[in-house]
Design a protein around this ligand. Sequence first.
Ligand code: ACO
Length: 428
Amino acid sequence: MTKKSKFTIKDKEFELPLLDGSIGPSVIDVTKLYSDSSFFTYDPGFTSTASCKSSITYIDGDKGECYYRGYPMDIMAEKSNFLEVVYLLWQGQLPNKKQWDEFSNVIKNHTMVHEQMQTFFNGFRRASHPMAITVACVAALSAFYPDSTNVNDLDQRVISARRMIAKVPTLAAMAYKYSIGQPFIYPDNELNYTENFLKMCFAVPAEKYRVNKIFAKALDKIFILHADHEQNASTSTVRLAASSGVNPFASISTGFTSLWGPLHGGANEAALNMLKEIGDVKNINKYIDKAKDKNDPFRLMGFGHRVYKNYDPRAKVMQKTCHEVLEVLGRTDDKLLEVAKELEKIALNDKYFVEKKLYPNIDFYSGITLSAMGFPSSMFTVLFAIARTAGWLAHWKEMCLDPKNKIGRPRQLYIGEKPREFQPLNKR
Ligand code: ACO
């Protein structure tokens, strides 16, 4: 029997279905609210609104836990690899040996991009932000691979998804190489997914490149931690764009643009810049005061989260990974790490941050780690996007398979002018 929620609007009683998930808060199904009552709901920022049903990722924000298809994400980061996580998010199950061999080989077969794309790159200024180039190149894939743009064709959906998983790292590395004026490095299918990406970024034709296995493992973990995070801004953007039936490359490119913002994927770049600006532990209190000042727009970047009201579980793994990378480099006394640790300690004990439940998020330590590995801060969001492509694709697939899928079309509370008469220019 369907459970109902009863409520009263202007003395009139209404009943709406109450839907239970497998875990987490239940929802009031308001789809019939407008037709039954002629009222809309109002929820800017979607703080209380579930925009879809999903079985991909579950976050318990109060406990600080995150699960991919039921598996704890931090355990996946320790024991799995990124490509296996991609498979899990897409298929809903972990692969067996045969499925894994087939999947990893297919992805390898798609790592190269159309040679003509190099010409496309040449149109950008060298000083362009690598994210600007990557966004454009992902959208441009629909022009290069028009044979996999029909969203109603199952085979084309699978091929386009595999193409994006395989080619986005190649495009990202090309964007980086282009921005620093070095030649593009072709993919090397002898290497695994993340090792290959490192090589495409850091190898030069003049020298033999040897993958640093610890860096590759650390980056693979970072990819796993960023692979999906349910209905965040970029994922919701992809779903909304895709709901119109547009081709998959165009849909996924919208995720890139949304992710770029400093309150979302751009926060790791902003967090590192902030740590550099603070510069020394003796300056921390000044910045804590700025963050607490209502009249100052400054926020502690890498702190706070819409869903986590506890320590972000990704931040814990990230902190450990950061230590591992700095240890390999013999930089355990890194000045930025020292500032970050002290800032975290002070903020976690400060009344303002405690009361608002503001804890470090994944971006707090990822910038230091990536920077130590040799990536410029302009590449941080690009790296995040490589990983999140896995999540965007899984959500896109889920949406395509949902028989109840409708074009997204939010309503609004209109607060503008009431209808009025037009006056010609000479009468205004
Ligand atoms: N520093 C100082 N104060 C903060 C911070 C912060 N980092 N984050 C939130 N607050 C304060 C707000 O000023 C607000 O105070 P108020 O209630 O007195 O007005 C309160 O805490 C709630 O903040 P909101 O912005 O309403 O929370 P929301 O859920 O909308 O925002 C967000 C979450 C965007 C992550 C926010 O915490 C933030 O801007 N953090 C810094 C940017 C960042 O690290 N982003 C990365 C997010 S993780 C990711 O995308 C991978």
